[in-house]
Design a protein around this ligand. Structure first.
Ligand SMILES: CC(C)(COP(=O)([O-])OP(=O)([O-])OC[C@H]1O[C@@H](n2cnc3c(N)ncnc32)[C@H](O)[C@@H]1OP(=O)([O-])[O-])[C@@H](O)C(=O)NCCC(=O)NCCSC(=O)C[C@@](C)(O)CC(=O)[O-]
Ligand SMILES: NC(=O)C1=CN([C@@H]2O[C@H](COP(=O)(O)OP(=O)(O)OC[C@H]3O[C@@H](n4cnc5c(N)ncnc54)[C@H](OP(=O)(O)O)[C@@H]3O)[C@@H](O)[C@H]2O)C=CC1
Length: 432
């Protein structure tokens, strides 16, 4: 992509995308985001990851595993338009995100803000008889520890990042006695940061043993990245949400009531948050980021008060608007991990046109909020099956043996019959 194309704004609205074929959609997406033909070819996915490159990424490589790559349309975050790449196997996720983004865009789009990208690493110290004295000694050596942590990664320091503080946590009673845990707090700039902070933690271990008199065991980041929170908000006029069969106020009430159950009941919160991750994980995967880290961060944050709860809130404002908000850790990178090595992840980031890991986090949070809104909007009114199963019908048709043009025909027949099942798909195919 040339420099000019990189700065061109994206047009996130692509009319009638669903009725195009994949090549037509790709051409429309590349035109809307000013991507060049090379990116068109990479996003098509044919032999994008050479086996030799894959072999360099993980161990015992025998091949590659493919997922569909879709693009969610209509996203407006902080006044900027985005086309959002989503790698996911589940039908209706991309459609649902696009739909809710379209509604939110009518009312001003998403507002999002990512914290400074600070990660924490933990250094576990055992064998202490005076953990509180050791704690004081660590604070007395705070500046020297920070200087040592910052002595190696010149690139990060040059970019304005690096270790800037420490915390000391004491657990007086554990199954193996008292324990002290030193946290180092590191601004990792545009990296996810695991390797960066792990290197620092391992480097500090001998100093920590000398200062405390204990034995260091674990030296590893925490995926509860609670200093690297992203927040997003959407405000909708009830009229925007009205459908032919449900009024705007009824829709808003349904959404607020659905969220209330997820706030108080962990059984519902688990599914509610899964719906949020339906939106978040596919963008994390498409951009080559570590989705296990994002999942671990999200769920540990949802349980931080001692009770697992919803990552979103839906409420009515004093002026009668539906207000949705989301808050969760978001340790994403534009450098490091697979983000730089996987060609499709690079193309996905060029499509997003994000300038920093924080901007990527803001878009991802908006997608999570949109996905949650889609699910509870459907659940609170017509139920999940109508919209979801209509799109899942294509999967059922394929599993039952349909191929080519038959897939859409069998899927349509399944939906029309009101019985979207493998058995019915086989009956429809057999009656041909
Ligand atoms: C599926 C919809 C969007 C249909 O909804 P609809 O009312 O049939 O949609 P529509 O045909 O009126 O189209 C509205 C917009 O949706 C998008 N859209 C619509 N269809 C397509 C398509 N084929 N391809 C691409 N985009 C599509 C598209 O943006 C379109 O606008 P347009 O561009 O046409 O002006 C709706 O029913 C919905 O949002 N349902 C919720 C689906 C959902 O949440 N799926 C996640 C899987 S279920 C799950 O795992 C999580 C869960 C539910 O358990 C979480 C929880 O419990 O909280
Ligand atoms: N629990 C977990 O979540 C764990 C995850 N991981 C894995 O760690 C990987 C991510 O680690 P990460 O530290 O991000 O990866 P890298 O170490 O690959 O990348 C970070 C490094 O990139 C360099 N760099 C260049 N430009 C920038 C920039 N703009 N901002 C920040 N750094 C820059 C810096 O170092 P330099 O000076 O060298 O150029 C920095 O230290 C993922 O693959 C993840 O799966 C690993 C262990 C545990």
């Amino acid at each position: 992509m040339d420099a000019k194309a990189k700065d061109e704004p994206v047009r996130s609205r692509i009319t009638n995308m669903r009725s195009m074929d994949p090549a037509g959609r790709r051409a429309a997406v590349c035109a809307a985001a000013s991507l060049d033909p090379q990116d068109d070819a990479i996003l098509a996915g044919a032999d994008v990851l050479p086996l030799t490159l894959a072999d360099g990424m993980i161990e015992n490589v025998i091949g590659k595993f493919e997922l569909p790559l879709g693009v969610a349309t209509n996203f407006v975050v902080n006044g900027k338009e985005y086309l959002v790449p989503m790698a996911v196997e589940e039908p209706s996720v991309v459609a649902a995100a696009s739909y809710m983004a379209k509604l939110v865009a009518q009312d001003g789009g998403f507002h999002a803000r990512a914290d400074r990208p600070v990660m924490r690493a933990q250094i576990q110290v055992l064998g202490l008889t005076d953990p509180f004295g050791a704690r004081q000694r660590l604070f007395e050596n705070r500046d020297a520890l920070i200087a040592k942590a910052n002595s190696r990664d010149k690139v990060l320091i040059g970019l304005g990042g690096g270790c800037h503080d420490i915390e000391v946590h004491i657990f007086e009673e554990t199954p193996v006695g008292a324990m002290l845990v030193l946290h180092i707090l590191v601004d990792v700039r545009d990296a996810m940061g695991a390797n960066t902070v792990n290197t620092m933690a391992e480097m500090l271990a001998p100093d920590v043993e000398r200062i405390t008199g204990g034995q260091v065991r674990l030296r590893i980041l925490s995926n509860l990245a609670d200093l690297r929170i992203v927040r997003a908000r959407a405000e909708l006029d009830p009229a925007t949400l009205a459908t032919a069969s449900v009024s705007g106020p009824d829709m808003c009430r349904g959404i607020v009531e659905a969220c209330a159950l997820a706030i108080v009941d962990p059984y519902r919160a688990a599914t509610h948050n899964k719906g949020i991750m339906n939106g978040i994980d596919p963008v994390v995967v498409a951009t080559g980021n570590d989705w296990r880290a994002i999942e671990a961060g999200a769920h540990s944050y949802a349980a931080r008060g001692g009770r697992y709860t919803s990552l979103t809130r839906w409420e009515m404002s004093g002026s009668g608007k539906l207000v949705g908000s989301i808050e969760l850790p978001m340790a994403l990178g534009l450098v490091g991990g697979a983000t730089k090595t996987h060609p499709a992840a690079r193309a996905a980031l060029r499509l997003l046109k994000v300038q920093s890991a924080g901007e990527l986090a803001e878009v991802v949070a908006a997608v999570g909020l949109a996905q949650n809104m889609a699910a509870i909007r459907a659940l609170a009114t017509e139920g999940i099956q109508r919209g979801h199963m209509a799109l899942h019908a294509r999967n059922i048709a394929i599993a039952a043996g349909a191929s080519g043009g038959n897939i859409d025909r069998v899927a349509r027949a399944l939906v029309a019959s009101g019985d979207v099942s493998a058995d019915n798909a086989r009956r429809i195919l057999a009656s041909d």
